[in-house]
Design a protein around this ligand. Structure first.
Ligand code: MEV
Length: 439
């Protein structure tokens, strides 16, 4: 049985690797070799990676792909996407090309408000608390000025602080609910620093506040933290074209495709099981851009899914309509993204991804990312209501299957050619490879 270890973080990297390999893997030498393969020994790049997190033992690679031909508000973008799932980049590229020939995507930012809260317990008179918070509000802002001064220079800062009475949810529970403008930064550290300062100021000011009785000074701050739910940091992206232009190479009429897409979106709006998969497809595009641009995909995921459930039931993030012969397809999502700070300039590939995107502002990146999600959903909708997704997906997945089966380069070439005309199920690929080897 493996024994608990003390001071793992203090071991050298070699010793950490050795410990994991010996204690948790059957062939320690093979484990070390794999970790080594992904390791850039003695380089500055490796040092940088080592310092991103704790206890690093290697690097974890994901493919970085490019989806070209995205026309967004009249500008042509090639979108970097970091993702492991085959067919996502191909689907994005296909949708980009499709809409390039139909006027491209339009996108606009509807708001950029970020949110943070100080959660606390107060057992006194609610009116006195309200009077206290109103009185100390200038002090809350003043005490935070060291933290906010650079952000204010860039046009951002604290936009408001209000007291929220949450006693209907939990006994004696209140919040300081603060809103922020963080310009091109995602702003998590900025917001959290402000919130912790608010909490300190509030506690300090209770001591001398004349309006409280002694027992009312006992405010208990539970925590001070930003919210990743940012319904006021919203972006909308849209495409539209005459229904007749939705023609299909396959067998369906443009009208039938438009009708079915609208119906498929309605199903995702009404039915949570379908909505989750529908939105998962959207997140294929969004996460890939968020990751490639060094943003916090967990924050984005959490915020977007909360938004999808804002009506009380989990629903589609996209909408579709047909009016006066025009097919319209759009998305509205909260996206708190940054193009400065965090990893954005530190990780060389993130830096490059942002350069490829022409050094976007946070608002530009919100638009590009929303478009990637919309494009992904359009590609999925179109496949699902026409051929189904497996035909295209298995073709893209073919190389993964062949690699898994240990096919060599010549075998891969022959079989990729063969499966252009045949259905590439796992079984069919295995059979074809066996037959090729026998021949
Ligand atoms: C697969 O990664 C994503 C889809 O399932 C999305 C959808 O069903 O809309 C194709």
């Amino acid at each position: 049985m493996v024994q608990p270890i003390k001071g793992f973080s203090k071991l050298s990297k070699e010793d950490k690797i050795d410990w994991v390999a010996r204690n948790y893997t059957v062939k320690p030498e093979d484990t070390k070799e794999i970790l080594q393969t992904y390791w850039h020994s003695d380089s500055e790049l490796q040092k940088l990676h080592d310092e991103f997190i704790e206890n690093t033992i290697s690097n974890f690679y994901l493919p970085l792909g490019i989806a070209p031909n995205f026309l967004i508000n009249g500008e042509l973008y090639a979108i970097p996407m970091a993702i492991e799932e085959s067919s996502v980049v191909a689907a994005a590229s296909k949708a980009a090309k499709f809409w390039l020939e139909r006027g491209g995507f339009s996108a606009r930012v509807l708001g950029t408000e970020k949110i943070g809260q100080v959660h606390f317990i107060y057992k006194g008179d609610p009116e006195k608390l309200q009077a206290f918070i109103s009185q100390i509000k200038p002090q809350l802002l003043k005490d935070s000025s060291e933290i906010t001064k650079n952000m204010v220079k860039r046009g951002g800062g604290i936009t408001d602080i209000v007291l929220v009475d949450k006693r209907d949810a939990i006994e004696n529970y209140y919040q300081l609910h603060a809103t922020f403008e963080t310009r091109d930064a995602m702003g998590a550290n900025f917001i959290n620093s402000c919130l912790e300062q608010f909490a300190n100021t509030m506690l300090r000011e209770t001591e001398n506040y004349k309006g409280f009785d002694d027992n009312e000074r006992d405010i208990d701050v539970v925590m001070s933290i930003l919210s990743n739910y940012v319904p006021g940091c919203l972006v909308r992206a849209e495409v539209s074209c005459p229904v007749a232009e939705l023609e299909d190479e396959e067998s369906m009429t443009a009208e039938a495709i438009a009708d079915k897409i609208v119906r498929a979106v309605r199903i995702a709006q009404a039915e949570p099981y379908r909505a989750v998969t529908h939105n998962k497809g959207i997140m294929n595009g969004i996460d890939a851009v968020v990751l490639a641009t060094g943003n916090d995909f967990r924050a984005v995921e959490a915020g977007i899914h909360a938004y999808a459930a804002r009506g009380g039931s989990y629903s589609s993030l996209t909408n579709a309509s047909i009016e006066n012969g025009i097919f319209k397809f759009w998305i509205e999502i909260p996206l708190a993204l940054g193009t400065v700070g965090g990893l954005t300039r530190l990780h060389p590939l993130v830096n490059l991804a942002l350069k490829i995107l022409q050094n976007p502002s946070a608002e530009d990146l919100m638009k590009i990312t929303a478009v990637a999600g919309l494009a992904q959903n359009f590609a999925a909708m179109r496949s699902l209501v026409t051929t189904g997704i497996q035909q295209g997906h298995m073709k893209m997945h073919l190389l993964n299957i062949l690699n898994q089966m240990g096919a060599n380069d010549d075998e891969k070439k022959t079989l990729v050619h063969y499966f252009r005309e045949h259905s590439a199920t796992h079984g069919a690929v295995m059979e074809a490879l066996q037959k090729l080897r026998q021949d």
